[in-house]
Design a protein around this ligand. Structure first.
Ligand code: GAF
Length: 385
């Protein structure tokens, strides 16, 4: 966190001239495996990470929402909660104000409020800084209004803000991880039924470290590739006569190869095989522990690189360099077209793997990546004290 809770409280008071009613926090996420499966009604296995967004807030007597962010070129924005409509707010403020709008849209009345936001989730790194912001605001507004919404209901509000206010056609995974995560666990989510289960992911007890390699190639999901991949999946499902690609298995791939054009077939094959990899990963975690996940991570990356075509040269290099230096496995994580890769390494090898990745980036003339370990952490909540 760039600001401690006490510093954030003081910063709130300096800006708004009164004390906050409380401070709420929500983490970013790493997706262990299960990419572009969420909007296909499939399976995902993300975990909440030990990097979070904090929001200090106090209700107002009127219906004005004022937001201030200390991040990047954030600054301030405000809106009349009676006058917001889908798409009416642009820039970073579309995330927090979009969540407040989504409460109203589902018929849950919330008060006007002042918000001060800070975060140590890197923006544009594929670690869901947007979901962290949405979920911190959703959890806060749920408490301030005493609305009693559940984690899955708050996740849906975050997704609606992102889909309809920001204009990014994303799925439900990131918000679910940020809200439902628990320390030492991954969240296994069925994106059709929205049933979830915590799966133990104790890295330290197994002598393992999970390193994030932020390539610093930034990406956005409101433009281009993400939406076109989603459209290909929907086209593939229609052509195969199923409600969603979740309804296809390995056994259907031969028919899919005959029915679909080559590109759509490869998109479909990624989703079908990725769903199977998530289920296999859950079994492996439970039966053998995290050290056994390497081959699935590697296969997932190959599928995203070759079939779904959402990797980029920097992500491929990060993955290859890590594996070449003895990592157990590596894959890009998140929506793709930039952002971060993850690599699972024996803790004793973490420094040499990191050094090999940095060396490979220098040799290739790429911008120096940021490397740091992450741990499965708790989901969103009120910060005590
Ligand atoms: C992004 C989206 F926000 C998620 O919903 C998910 O589709 C992911 O890309 C790809 O797995 O993070």
């Amino acid at each position: 966190m760039t600001l401690s809770a006490a510093e954030l409280s003081a910063a709130f008071t300096a800006r708004f001239g009164r004390e906050p009613a409380g401070i709420w926090s929500a983490p970013g996420r790493v997706n262990l495996i299960g990419e572009h499966t969420d909007y296909n009604d499939g399976f995902v296995l993300p975990f909440a990470i030990n990097r979070s967004t904090l929001v200090a807030a106090a209700p107002r007597r009127d219906r004005t929402a004022r937001v201030y962010s200390s991040l990047g070129d954030g600054g301030s924005a405000s809106a009349d909660l009676n006058g917001i409509s889908a798409g009416s707010i642009t820039g970073w403020a579309a995330y927090p104000l979009g969540v407040l709008w989504a409460f109203g849209e589902r018929g849950t009345r919330i008060p006007g409020m002042d918000l001060y936001i800070d975060s140590d989730v890197p923006v544009g790194a594929g670690l869901s800084s947007s979901a962290a912001l949405e979920c911190a605001v959703a959890t806060m507004a749920n408490d301030l209004a005493d609305a009693g919404l559940t984690g899955p209901e708050l996740a849906e509000l975050g997704r609606r803000a992102e889909n309809r206010m920001v204009g990014a056609p994303t799925g439900i995974m990131d918000q679910s991880a940020s809200l439902l995560g628990e320390e030492g666990h991954a969240v296994f989510l069925d994106c059709r039924s929205l049933e979830s289960r915590l799966v133990p992911l104790d890295l330290a007890a197994n002598g393992l470290t999970l390193l994030v390699i932020d390539t610093r190639v930034s990406h956005e999901h409101s433009t281009g590739g993400y939406a076109s991949r989603r459209a290909s999946c929907e086209r593939g499902a229609r052509a195969m006569g199923v409600p969603a690609l979740r309804d296809l298995t390995d056994a259907d791939l031969a028919e899919a190869a005959r029915t679909l054009d080559d590109e759509t077939f490869r998109r479909v094959r990624h989703v079908v095989t990725e769903n199977a990899r998530v289920l296999a990963a859950v079994d492996l975690l439970q039966e053998q522990g995290p050290a056994a996940l390497g081959p699935l991570l590697n296969a997932s990356h190959a599928s995203m690189r070759d079939d779904f075509e959402i990797s980029c040269p920097e992500l491929d290099l990060a993955v290859e360099a890590a594996r070449g230096a003895g990592a157990l496995g590596a894959r890009m994580t998140g929506g793709g077209f930039g952002g971060s890769a993850i690599t699972l390494v024996k803790t004793d090898d973490a420094a040499s793997v990191a050094g090999a990745v940095l060396g490979a980036f220098t040799a290739a003339g790429y911008t120096e990546p940021a490397l740091f370990p992450v741990l499965p952490a708790s989901g969103a909540g009120r910060v005590e004290g």
